[in-house]
Each structure stands twice: as C-alpha cells, then as structure tokens.
Design a protein around this ligand. Sequence first.
Ligand SMILES: *Cc1c(COP(=O)(O)O)cnc(C)c1O
Length: 288
Amino acid sequence: MIKKSPISKLILENRTFYVKRDDLIDPYLAGNKYRKLYTLLQTPSDKLNKIISYGGTQSNAMLAIAAMCAEKNWEFIYYTKGISQTQKNEKCGNFFIAKKLGMLHVEVDNEFYKDFIASLRVNLDNKTFIVDQGGAVEEARVGLEVLAEEIRAYDSHIKSLATPSGTGTTALFLALSLPEYKVYTTSCVGDITYLKQQMSALYTIPDNLVFLEPEKKYHFAKPYPEFLHVQKKLLEAGIEFDLLYAPGMWKCLLEQTDEEIMYIHSGGVTGNESMLERYKKKGITSFC
Ligand SMILES: *Cc1c(COP(=O)(O)O)cnc(C)c1O
C-alpha cells in the first residue's frame, strides 16, 4: 500500500505557496504520522500482533496508530497518565475515534508513569512493537525518504520547504533526505533549544534545516486568538490545517520569509473539533 499525495497551490497574503497534501492520504492515518509509520505499514500483518504506545489523549500519532492497527488486525494498547472524566466521555476528537477503532486505553498513575514507560521494553516478545511517543523513531526515516522522492519528482522551481515540529523527527529526516532544499521549521512544543536536543538524539542536525523563532512564546495545545486568525485565513484560501502545529509555523513563514515555499501538510485536522471546543470554553470564538 503506497499512497502518493497531491500538491495544491495556496494564495495567502498575496504570496504563492504550494502545499504537499499529506492530509489527504487517509482520514485518520495521514500527515506525517503516515510517513513516520511507513515502515510498520509495509510490515506484513502476521509478523506482529500487538503495538504499544503512550502519550497524550489528543495525540495525532495515537489516532494514526489506531487506524493502522485496525487495518492490520493488530492489538493496540495505549498508555496515558490519569485523565479526567470529561475526557473519557468526549464524543468527538482523536481519543474518541481511536477507541472506536479498537484502541485499548490504559491509565497509569502519574506517580509511576515515567518508570512504567521505561519498563515497557522489558520482556517484550517478538510479535510486539513499541512506538515511542509521537513516533520519534529512527524507522521514521524510510517514510520521509519516500516523501522526499515525491517532492523531488515534482518539477518545480521551489527550493524551500516548511513543516512544523513537535519531536522534530519529520523536519530532521526531511532535511537529511533533501540536502538541496532549505527546510524551515519551528518548535511548537517547548523552545528551539529543546527541539534541537531532541533532534540531536536522532541524528546530527544538517545545515539546510532552518529554525524560525516565533515572535512570542506559545504553549503547546493552548488556545490563542492569533492562531484562530491564521486558521481562518488558511480556510478562506481553501485548505484546513491543524490547530496545534500549523498556525505557529504559518505565522513564522508569513512574518519571516518571502520566497515561494512548499508547506508539507502534517495532517492532524481530526483534532480540530475537540480543539475548537477548548477555544469556545476559553471564550475565543470570534475569528478576530
Ligand atoms: C505529530 C505532528 C507534528 C509534529 O511532528 P514531529 O515529527 O514530531 O516533529 C506536526 N504537525 C502535526 C499535525 C502532527 O500531528
């Protein structure tokens, strides 16, 4: 199963951008999570019977893994810290959909969470595979090389790419696979020093990877009126992006660059419904 994604044009603030539509690959198993899980997706179903992962309940990686396991007929166990009753009862968003796809959710006491996660690899049988939080694994590189080939095959004068970072796995492996391109990224979780540390744990950071610093400090997954504002402009231009990562990246691109850029859509739009609920609760409803 190899799925290629199309490329769309997007006009924003009188600038032309190109968007690599990885969001269109699949309703749930899309964006950079499709690329990062590529190696597992190519694995024959009978080689494994269980996937274990852990992290937050809004995670796009969690949903992508759940969709993959449903397709492969693999059991999927997902560990989180303790969560609220409200979260458990949610009838929309990634967590709800992942459970519907068969994900087994297990809560671990906050106090023991770190040690518990560290112990997961002990006594692992050879039919179980652990996907670290956010899919930050060396295996992700293969899938990003496939993406790189698709970008290269697109005959265009574009020499700059952009994609937002959480763990930085996507931006790092993309830049390594495409040394002839400039790859812009920004940190959506923690500051750039932290992002660079995480990337360095995977591989040496190449010179063509350019880090854009936001003008203001944003906390991950918090609602900000200016993010909703960018989201609205993008929607008007014709493409929906996720609310956690994309607005910060787009703001940096609009404020700090001026060339033609291809934005690699990283997916995650299924999380928008529950995120918009949080905007509403904070009273941020108007699209400013
Ligand atoms: C997971 C995710 C990211 C971050 O990807 P990393 O490889 O961890 O940097 C960016 N955008 C979206 C929509 C995501 O779901």
